[in-house]
Design a protein around this ligand. Structure first.
Ligand code: COA
Length: 470
């Protein structure tokens, strides 16, 4: 397995000099293996009394990592040094997960052991099935269920959730395989529960993505056999989402991990961060937008103009890092045509709309000037929809795909010698020296109206609130 040695912390003697308050300070420049450079300001505050302010962290390197490299200007993405296009062409989600988590492509033996371990963990503890029998309402969002159940999962494996870093690391290999496997089972069972369908168990002779489709769409009286190309398309989507360096959810996982929290708690927090429409939730938002365009019979102009006017965002467009075409979107846009063909949908109206919308936006000066291109979410939703997945499961699929990345980043934090808790600073902009005034001396405001409302109401608290003693 690949090393987890600490990463060298400085470059080759390059120095950045700051002038502050008439004094000059030197800071070392850290150079990455792909040549990107960062100024190491870790001694800035102790030497100068200043901190840096970078809301949204667009200019801040929060760590040094060996997992994923992105060149946003050139549209390059590599997992452990291997270009995403090569992985997409040759690999599977499970092999990619191994590469991301452990740092190297597995030997044939390692691949077989890892796949078996993932497979053996596909079932949920029987007690967990009660969660799908009325604990959550049918209306619950699958991301809410997923985050809760990933954290709950840890309760069933107390030897993996000790919150003693050394002990948690001893069971890391088991915990990683277990999470990779069970996240998929939880997702499928959530879908079945929400739709009032009987729970379907995983099968031992099916691959990772095929088993997911089986658990989603088989019936006790009818086995679902997906076309190979459909399984491949789903596997590709998962592979393309496997890691993306310090995005919002992964940074969340690293932050939670930095407190010493266990792997289960950390990935559960990652799911919550992923849920938002500016992150993983964008794939759902894209479909909603395309459906609205379809319903209106509009050519997308209304959405484009609203986005240009700052009223909304064109969902699935733009990226913090990519200032050129997101390589994952390129791969998916080509894969989409293949899936539609297999699903016997000669033309998918949403894909047509997506392609037209892309063309329109990319010839508009607003999007050109701001380097706004389609991102991975722009085409993934159309593929997932054509496979038959409901829109509210899209972000869950993103979470299944991102699991290897979250696990690998947790491990990187957990194995880093002298790992520090992540705790940024701030520039306080609130009031200063505000006096405390006792409640009886404060303005009455609309208290009289409130008291008469409260005295009219009955029950607990009314009398207490009406007297409102300090
Ligand atoms: C991904 C995203 C959050 C990145 O945001 P960011 O790096 O903070 O970029 P900013 O918000 O600073 O945007 C820079 C400029 O581009 C504009 N912009 C960015 N994304 C845009 C979009 N999707 N539609 C319209 N305008 C957009 C901003 O309004 C801003 O314009 P301004 O300079 O005139 O103020 C953003 O592009 C977005 O909200 N995209 C839509 C949601 C999405 O698809 N998310 C999935 C990401 S994988």
């Amino acid at each position: 397995m690949a090393d987890t040695k600490d990463i060298p912390s400085s470059g080759e003697g390059e120095i950045a000099t700051f002038q502050l308050g008439g004094k000059s300070y030197d800071f070392p420049v850290v150079i990455g293996t792909e040549g990107e450079k960062g100024i190491d300001i870790s001694s800035l505050r102790s030497r100068t009394g200043y901190i840096t302010l970078d809301e949204g962290f667009a200019n801040t390197g929060s760590c040094q990592s060996k997992i994923t490299y992105i060149d946003g200007e050139k549209g390059r993405l590599c997992y452990r040094g291997i270009p995403i296009e090569v992985m997409a062409e040759n690999s599977t989600f499970i092999e990619t997960a191994y590469l991301i988590i452990y740092g190297d492509l597995p030997t044939r033996r390692q691949m077989s052991d890892f796949s078996q371990k993932v497979l053996r963990n596909a079932n949920l503890h029987e007690a967990m099935l009660h969660f799908f029998e009325g604990a959550f309402p049918f209306t619950a969002h699958p991301m809410s269920i997923l985050s809760s159940l990933l954290n709950s999962l840890g309760c069933y494996y107390p030897n993996m959730v000790t919150n003693d870093r050394e002990k948690d690391l001893e069971s890391f290999d088991d915990a990683a395989a277990l999470l990779l496997s069970k996240v998929r089972t939880i997702a499928a069972m959530t879908y079945r529960m929400k739709n009032g369908l009987p729970l379907i168990y995983p099968k031992k002779d099916l691959g990772y993505s095929q088993n997911f489709l089986h658990m989603m769409f088989s019936e006790p009286y009818h086995e679902y056999y997906p076309h190979d190309d459909v399984t491949k398309a789903l596997d590709l989507i998962l592979l393309l989402h496997s890691d993306h360096e310090q995005n919002c959810s992964t940074s969340t996982v690293r932050m939670v991990a930095s407190s010493g929290a266990n792997l289960f708690a950390s990935v559960s927090a990652g799911v919550c961060a992923l849920w938002g429409p500016l992150h993983g939730g964008a794939n759902m938002a894209v479909i909603k937008m395309l459906e609205e365009i379809y319903r209106d019979g509009d050519d997308g102009t209304r959405f484009i103009e609203a986005a240009k006017g700052g009223k909304t965002r064109l969902m699935g467009f733009g990226h913090r890092i990519y200032k050129s075409y997101d390589p994952r979107a390129k791969i998916l846009s080509e894969a989409a045509d293949k899936v539609f063909h297999v699903m016997r949908k000669k033309k998918d109206p949403l894909l047509e709309i997506a392609k037209r919308l892309e063309e329109k936006a990319r010839s508009d000066p607003y999007f050109i000037e701001r380097n706004l291109y389609p991102n991975v979410d722009f085409y993934s939703g159309t593929i997932l929809k054509s496979i038959g997945l409901p829109t509210d499961m899209f972000t869950v699929l993103f979470a299944i795909g991102r699991m290897p990345g979250w696990i690998a980043h947790w491990r990187e934090v957990a194995t880093k010698p002298k790992s520090k808790i992540i705790r940024p600073r701030q520039i306080y902009q609130g009031e200063v020296n505000k006096p405390y005034i006792k409640v009886r001396n404060r303005d009455a405001g609309d208290l009289q109206d409130y008291e008469s409302d409260v005295s009219k109401s009955e029950g607990y608290g009314a009398a207490e609130n009406a007297s409102f003693k300090a």
